[in-house]
Design a protein around this ligand. Structure first.
Ligand code: ADP
Length: 479
């Protein structure tokens, strides 16, 4: 089901409402490209800072872990040296002592590769000197003091333990710094993303939606629809150009309609004279031969058709100029529809009109002639677009504060995607437009009349299955 597009009157309000929907975005001098450049720079800046911090932190953590590994190795060697010193001092066999002394010297030499600070190098150098002095002394020599060698090696253990404690403390400090950098980076990114979303919504998307809405409203026939010129410079430029184009198109369309109205006005009198002359001729001096009678009939029918088209043109000119005057009266819609259906009865024997109305009055306020005109258009279309014949059902009902007239045919129907376009002037759709005559104005007028009454037109249709057109009108308030 599709609602008819709004017309000038309704849409003027709609576009005003669109302009005023919420608080319209403020015009800014900022360019979209400047904002995008700023945001990109900010995001890239944050990413570079965070990456640099990550590189720095990982190399520092690597360095700390190397320090810790060296300290652990130094402690392990120092403790082995201490054990060797103990074994050496207790061994009585000179051969075993010589073997242990070799081991000791080898381990002291190996300890050098794990030195990480000048202080540790100094402690190791002293330990090597004291251990060498111990090994060089002969038993009974006062310089041969295992406790002094043991103490010097213990110093090496102490230095490395102190270094590993310092490395751990430093690692903890850098860990806290890494946490702070990570949290700040995430907070910054969240703030940037939030600001970006807010800006996109308020300053970029809202104007964009307004432009899209204005385009849609304009496209559906409201020539007064204009976009709000707001937001970044580029979007304001798009809105300005759309407004210029819309003004040019609507001026052009109004000029065409004024011209059409003028031509229609001038055609009306000669056509009326022609129709009256034909009917007077037919009445006063009926043609004697069959051929002339047929010709006169054709002339009368074609003149009537021309008059209807001319009257459609005049109506359109009035609608476009906003001069569609309505003489509103209270009316039972059932009576009105009944009158129209009676006019159609017998019009085409292959299209029986079946009217169904509800038992209680369907009271509306309307311009009787205009609503009759709208229903007449729907009925004549139902017949016209059912070339193989078939009943036309007309139902009058009321529900939810609305009066509804539904006209259903079993004719050619339409593609669902065409339903919106058929309310535009001079628009004809489907294959039927080739074979069935028409100017594409009837539904445009129906729609405008119904909207001027505060109602709407809906369409249900399927190709080769027929169509239902529903006019919804507000029910009159009970007295
Ligand atoms: P016209 O009938 O003069 O072409 P309208 O404005 O009344 O102009 O209709 C516009 C178009 O809508 C028609 O050309 C036709 O393609 C389609 N249409 C209208 N009514 C029907 C209907 N009852 N069944 C199928 N198509 C319809």
């Amino acid at each position: 089901m599709l609602n008819s597009p709004p017309a000038n009157e309704g849409d003027a309000a709609a576009s005003a409402a669109s302009a005023a929907s919420g608080s319209p975005p403020r015009a800014s001098r900022v360019h979209l490209r400047t904002i995008i450049a700023w945001i990109t720079t900010l995001v890239v800046g944050v990413a570079v800072v965070v990456s640099a911090a990550l590189v720095f932190l990982t190399s520092f953590i690597n360095h700390t872990s190397e320090l810790l590994a060296a300290a652990v190795e130094s402690v392990r060697l120092a403790e082995e040296i201490e054990i060797d010193l103990l074994l050496h001092s207790r061994a009585n066999d000179p051969l075993i002592q010589e073997d242990i002394a070799g081991d000791l010297r080898g381990k002291l030499a190996a300890a050098e590769q794990y030195v990480t600070t000048p202080a540790e190098a100094e402690v190791l150098r002293r330990a090597v000197a004291v251990v060498d002095a111990y090994l060089a002394g002969v038993p009974g020599d006062p310089r041969r003091r295992p406790d002094a060698a043991y103490a010097a090696v213990q110093q090496l253990v102490d230095v490395n333990v102190a270094q590993s404690i310092e490395a751990q403390a430093s690692a903890r400090r850098w860990n806290s710094l890494a946490d702070a950098i990570g949290i700040t980076a995430v907070a910054l990114l969240v703030i940037v993303a939030g600001l970006l979303l807010w800006w996109l919504r308020a300053r970029a998307f809202r104007p964009l939606w307004d432009i899209a809405r204005a385009m849609e409203t304009f496209g559906s026939g409201d020539l007064d629809a204009r976009a709000v010129e707001a937001g970044p410079a580029e979007l304001r430029e798009v809105a300005r150009r759309f407004n210029q184009m819309a003004s040019a198109l609507s001026a052009q369309r109004r000029a065409q309609m004024t011209f059409l109205g003028g031509v229609a006005h001038d055609l009306r009198s000669p056509l009326c004279t022609l129709r009256m002359a034909v009917s007077a001729l037919d009445r006063e001096a009926p043609p004697p031969d069959a051929r002339t009678r047929v010709t006169m009939g054709i002339v009368a029918r074609q003149t009537g058709q021309l008059e209807r088209m001319v009257s459609d043109f005049l109506d359109i000119a009035k609608i476009e100029a906003g001069e569609l005057e309505l003489r509103m009266h209270g009316q039972d819609l059932r009576d009105l529809v009944h009158v129209v259906c009676e006019q159609f009865r017998g019009w085409s024997p292959r299209h029986p009109i079946e009217l169904a109305t509800q038992g209680v009055p369907v009271q509306i306020r309307c311009d009787e002639l205009r609503i009759e005109q709208a229903i007449t258009n729907l009925l004549s279309n139902a017949i016209k677009y059912s070339p193989d014949g078939g009943p036309v059902h007309v139902v009058v009902s009321s529900a939810a504060g609305e009066a509804v007239v539904a006209v259903t045919d079993r004719g050619v129907g339409m593609q669902p995607e065409d339903r919106r376009r058929i309310f535009e002037p001079f628009t004809r759709v489907g294959l039927s437009r080739e074979s069935i005559p028409g100017a594409g104005l009837g539904l445009y007028i129906v729609n405008k009349i119904v909207i001027a009454h505060g109602g709407r037109v809906e369409v249900d249709t399927a190709p080769e299955r027929g169509s239902t057109f529903r006019i919804h009108l507000p029910l009159a308030a009970p007295n």
